[in-house]
Design a protein around this ligand. Structure first.
Ligand SMILES: [Zn+2]
Length: 107
């Protein structure tokens, strides 16, 4: 299992605060069993869902088998239809500092 960040952004015209169709779509998604949908795509957990409403951006953090499952999850949920997405492998601060600095600087 690895951590992945799903970084998304959308245009103001499709923002759920400005567009009733997007609003209905995202309300249904928010009220659905998102954890179950995630598991269907080999995502063990959704660890965080953070949004910047007026920047029209978001970051979701998931723990998943591989990025292709994350990609499939984004398509299945419809978030890929509304947002431009980047799926980025993440490490924690501790993982970056201790083994990362040992590997790079032998500290
Ligand atoms: Zn928006």
């Amino acid at each position: 299992m690895a951590l992945y960040g799903i970084y998304g952004k959308h245009a103001t015209e499709v923002c759920p605060w400005n567009n009733i169709d997007t609003a209905r779509r995202l309300k249904a998604l928010a009220e659905s069993d998102l954890a179950s949908t995630a598991r269907e795509h080999n995502i063990r957990a959704i660890l965080g869902q953070y949004h910047s409403a007026l920047e029209h951006t978001f970051l979701w953090v998931v723990e998943a088998e591989d990025p292709h499952g994350v990609q499939d999850f984004c398509v299945a949920t419809g978030i890929a239809a509304i947002n431009e997405l980047k799926i980025v492998p993440l490490i924690t601060f501790q993982e970056g500092v201790i083994p990362g600095l040992k590997k790079i600087h032998n500290l």
